[in-house]
Design a protein around this ligand. Structure first.
Ligand code: CU
Ligand code: ZN
Length: 171
């Protein structure tokens, strides 16, 4: 928060219509049972959307892996099925991050290098930090297989190898 926001906080009671504006959200990806997938996903507001910067390790080399925001920030199940389906607050079809009609959680694929590590860096203009569409507290899931960006409802991306919860980052 900037100085003005801090001063405001000290002098006024926020009402329920005020949503905090976070400078950055972060999800730490932990492996599901039998997996070694780990990583960090950062979400940073940009003028035209939210920049998504991810680094994930422990995947198969030279391959594509579905990468989504899921409805629940609940990675308790050994297979991460507790994270639910794709985050989809507007009842849209499954698609890819560049499609106009898509689940809010559709972030496409992570492509890995020869070491099984992959990075993502793009600006997403659907996801949000606030209100009904807020990704705060939702889950991020990395899959075993490739998201084909069209099969319903989840792109046929297979098992969940990594799962993390989107929280407020300390920056
Ligand atoms: Cu997924
Ligand atoms: Zn989807």
């Amino acid at each position: 928060m900037g100085l003005a926001a801090c001063a405001d906080h000290e002098t006024q009671n926020h009402n329920s219509a005020d949503f905090p504006e976070f400078e950055e959200l972060v999800a730490v990806i932990h492996p599901t049972e039998g997996s070694e997938v780990n990583g960090v996903v950062r979400f940073i507001p940009y003028p035209d959307g939210i920049r998504v910067i991810a680094e994930v390790h422990g995947l198969d080399p030279n391959s594509a892996h579905g990468f989504h925001i899921h409805e629940f920030g609940d990675c308790t199940a050994p297979d991460a099925l507790s994270a639910g389906g794709h985050f989809d607050p507007h009842d849209k079809p499954h698609a890819g991050p560049d499609d106009e009609e898509r689940h809010a959680g559709d972030m496409g694929n992570i492509i890995t290098d020869e070491n099984g590590s992959g990075e993502v860096d793009y600006v997403d203009n659907v996801i949000s930090f606030t209100g009904f569409d807020s990704i705060l507290g939702r889950g991020v899931v990395v899959h075993e297989g490739e998201d084909d960006l069209e099969s319903q409802p989840v792109g046929d991306a297979g098992a969940r190898l990594g799962c993390g919860v989107i929280g407020v980052a300390q920056i």
